[in-house]
Design a protein around this ligand. Structure first.
Ligand SMILES: [Fe+2]
Length: 266
């Protein structure tokens, strides 16, 4: 059986201005570089997965995101992050190929998109109705394997500043997850770094941003020198996940001045 193939991009942090930058890196050129570099992987994928912070507190950025991906003839599965404006994101990304939230069945898998955004806060929380919906969605998946996607990290990242802005009710989230043996993977954005661990039989994965990265394992916020990146996911019919991060090693930033903006991180 052919595996389900996804490409995940995350934390694009776009602005209305094409030159808008996050921590010294212009985010729209970085996204375009990632999409160029990933073109063959995206062409081979069944869907694109986008795990939040599409814009950096600037809803005008959605037009650039829409323009970059509207021609894709495959689903673009999106969920919001703390820098998104959820109503504006839903309005801007209405209609094919975009889907914001909900779930989609492809081959032997159900891909579930959650909204963990709390307006005005960097940290996240899954409200009771979202957890109830997750419960129903996982039950309804039947024999399909499930990949659960959200913006905020549900486990500590060994980085004090980041762990203060993770998913605050992760315990409730895992109570739901643990009732459903069909969950095989949990994928998030927000942390601008790669992470890959197992929790029982569930693969836990985070993915670098398409722009600036954060240095892993540090107490205080620090920018990492790693280039933009994306993740390839191969979800097999037996529930196993093959995955790799692709870093744009030859990427050259167009606006290398450090800390040009004081926008909040994550
Ligand atoms: Fe982010």
């Amino acid at each position: 059986m052919k595996p389900l193939r996804l490409v995940q991009i995350t934390d694009t942090h776009l602005f209305g201005e094409e030159s808008g930058d996050l921590r010294g890196l212009a985010t729209l050129p970085a996204l375009r570089a990632v999409l160029d570099s990933a073109a063959a992987d995206i062409a081979a994928a069944d869907a694109l997965l986008v795990t939040g912070d599409v814009v950096q507190d600037d809803p005008r950025g959605y037009a650039h995101f829409h323009a970059a991906l509207r021609g894709l003839r495959k689903p673009v599965l999106c969920l919001p992050g703390n820098h998104d404006d959820v109503p504006q994101m839903r309005a801007a990304l209405r209609g094919g190929p975009f889907q914001v939230g909900g779930w989609l069945d492809i081959a032997d898998w159900r891909v579930v998109m959650l909204d963990s955004v709390v307006a005005g806060r960097a940290g996240g929380r899954l409200p009771a109705h979202e957890l109830e919906e997750l419960e129903r969605t996982l039950t309804g998946a039947g024999r399909r394997h499930a990949l659960v996607c959200l913006h905020h990290h549900p486990v500590p990242m060994s980085s004090r500043w980041l762990d203060e802005v993770g998913l605050e009710n992760a315990e409730e989230f895992f109570e739901v997850i643990d009732r459903h043996r069909n969950v095989r993977g949990i994928v998030w954005g927000h942390v601008h770094q790669a992470f890959d661990q197992l929790r029982g039989r569930v693969r836990l994965l985070s993915t670098p941003s398409t722009c600036t990265q954060f240095r892993p394992g540090v107490e205080q916020f620090a920018v990492d020198t790693r280039p933009p990146g994306y993740r390839i996911l191969e979800l097999r019919a037996d529930g196993a996940i093959d995955t790799e991060i692709v870093w744009l090693e030859r990427f050259v930033a167009r606006s290398p001045q450090p800390a040009a903006r004081s926008s909040s991180a994550a």
